[in-house]
Design a binder for this molecule. Structure first.
Ligand code: NAD
Ligand code: UFG
Length: 332
C-alpha cells in the first residue's frame, strides 16, 4: 500500500516507517521539521535500504500540502504530526490548538480532496484523564485532561468520530498510545528531545551519560506499591508494529475503531530506575521531590482489544526497553 506519514521524521513515525517498509509498504513522508531532523530519512534508509519519498511540509499549509499530494495515490494516512510537550502546551495553548487541531483539519480536507478516506491517528492514554479504573479498557470514559496538549488529542478524536459519523466512507483507527520508550535495536534511530527532557526515560539516559547529575523522582506518596507513579511503558518497535497491524483493520471497513496500545503491565518510576541499572550496569542517582502537577498515580492499559481484533501484542520487555534506550543514547 501507499502510506502517507505525517510527522515522518519524528520518534514514533520513524520507527513505524521502518516496520512498514519491512512489511512491503511504500511511504510518502511529510514533516515540518519543528521537532526532528531531515537526516532521519537517511537513517531509515540505513536500516531498511530504502529511501522514502520525503517532503518538508507543514500540515497547516493547505497549498503546500495539496501541491505535494494532488497527484499521489494514497491508500492510507498515518497521522503522527503534532506538538507534544505537555508543559509547553500549558504556556502556549493557542500554538498547540492551532498546530494540532488546525493542522489536522487542513490535513483532513486535503485527504478528502485527493480521495483518501483511510486514517490512523496517534492519540494518547492522556485522553482518559484520571482513569476511572485500571487496567484501562477502551470502554473507560474519556476524562478531564490536565493540559492543552491532552485536550488537542481528546478534541481531535471527537472531530474524527464526527467526520466518520457524517460520511461512512471514512475508515478511522484511533490508537491510544501508553508510554513509548526504547529505540530501534540498531541504535540508528531513537528519541532525541530538545533541552531538558520532560519524560522519564530520556532523563534517565541523560543521567547515565553524565549530562545530568541525578533524576528527580516526582513523588513517592502515591497509592502505588512503592509510592512512585506507575505507567505502562511500551517499546517503540512494538508500538510501530501495532500500526502495521492496524492497517488490516482499516481494510475491513471498520468505521471508527479505538485501540489501546500498551503492554498491560504497570511499572513504577523506581522499577524503571532499578531495571535500567541492572540491564546496563550503571548507577542512576535519584532524589525524591514533590509530585509534578497534573501527574496521576497509575495508568496502564488493557491491550485485550488490540490482541484479539488486531492480532497484536507487545513482545519486548522492560529490560529490552532500558537496553535499547541506552544503546541509542550512547551512539548519539
Ligand atoms: P515527535 O515530536 O518525535 O514527532 C512528531 C513530529 O511531528 C515531529 O517530527 C515534528 O517535527 C512534526 N510536526 C509537528 N507539527 C507539525 C506540522 N504542523 N506539520 C508537519 N509536521 C509537524 O513525537 P512522537 O513522540 O514521535 O509523537 C508522535 C505522535 O504520537 C504525536 O502526535 C504525539 O502527540 C503522539 N503521542 C506521543 C506519545 C509519547 O509519549 N511520545 C504518547 C502518546 C501520543
Ligand atoms: N517522572 C519522574 N521524573 C522525571 C520524569 C518523569 O519521576 O524526570 C515520573 C512521572 O512523575 C511519572 C512517570 O515518571 O510518574 C512517567 O512520566 P513521563 O513524563 O515519562 O510520562 P507521562 O505518563 O507523564 O506522560 C507521557 C507523555 C504524554 C502522554 C502519556 C500517555 O508525556 O504526552 O505519556 O500515557 F500523553
Amino acid at each position: 500500500m501507499n502510506i502517507l506519514i505525517t510527522g515522518a521524521t519524528g520518534f514514533i513515525a520513524s520507527h513505524t516507517i521502518v516496520e512498514l517498509i519491512e512489511s512491503g509498504h511504500n511511504i510518502i513522508g511529510i514533516d515540518n521539521l519543528s521537532n526532528s531532523s531531515a537526516d532521519v530519512v537517511d537513517k531509515i534508509a540505513k536500516i531498511t535500504g530504502k529511501k522514502i519519498d520525503f517532503y518538508p511540509v507543514d500540515i497547516c499549509d493547505y497549498s503546500a500540502l495539496k501541491s505535494v499530494l494532488k497527484d499521489k495515490k494514497i491508500d492510507c494516512c498515518m497521522h503522527f504530526a503534532g506538538l507534544k510537550a505537555v508543559g509547553e502546551s500549558v504556556a502556549k495553548p493557542i500554538e498547540y490548538y492551532e498546530n494540532n487541531i488546525g493542522g489536522t483539519i487542513t490535513l483532513l480536507k486535503v485527504l478528502k480532496e485527493i480521495g483518501c478516506k483511510n486514517l490512523i491517528f496517534s492519540s494518547s492514554a492522556t485522553v482518559y484523564g484520571t482513569p476511572e479504573f485500571v487496567p484501562i479498557t477502551e470502554e473507560c470514559p474519556k476524562g478531564i485532561c490536565t493540559n492543552p496538549y491532552g485536550w488537542t488529542k481528546s478534541m481531535i478524536e471527537q472531530i474524527l468520530l464526527d467526520l466518520q459519523n457524517a460520511d461512512k466512507s471514512w475508515n478511522v483507527v484511533i490508537l491510544r498510545y501508553f508510554n513509548p520508550i526504547g529505540a530501534h535495536p540498531s541504535g540508528v534511530i531513537g528519541e532525541n528531545p530538545n533541552g531538558v527532557p520532560n519524560n522519564l526515560m530520556p532523563y534517565i539516559t541523560q543521567v547515565a551519560s553524565g549530562k545530568r547529575e541525578k533524576l528527580f523522582v516526582y513523588g513517592d506518596d502515591y497509592d502505588t506499591p512503592d509510592g512512585t507513579g506507575v505507567r505502562d511503558y511500551i517499546h517503540v518497535v512494538d508500538l510501530a508494529q501495532g500500526h502495521v497491524k492496524a492497517l488490516n483493520a482499516i481494510n475491513n471497513n471498520c468505521g471508527c475503531e479505538i485501540f489501546n496500545l500498551g503492554t498491560g503491565h504497570g511499572y513504577s518510576v523506581l522499577d524503571v530506575v532499578r531495571t535500567f541499572e541492572k540491564v546496563n550496569g550503571i548507577k542512576i542517582p535519584y532524589e525524591i521531590v514533590a509530585r509534578r502537577s497534573g501527574d496521576i498515580a497509575m495508568c496502564y492499559a488493557s491491550p485485550d482489544k488490540a490482541n484479539s481484533v488486531l492480532g497484536w501484542s507487545a513482545k519486548y520487555s522492560l529490560e529490552d526497553m532500558c537496553r535499547d534506550s541506552w544503546n541509542y543514547q550512547q551512539k548519539n
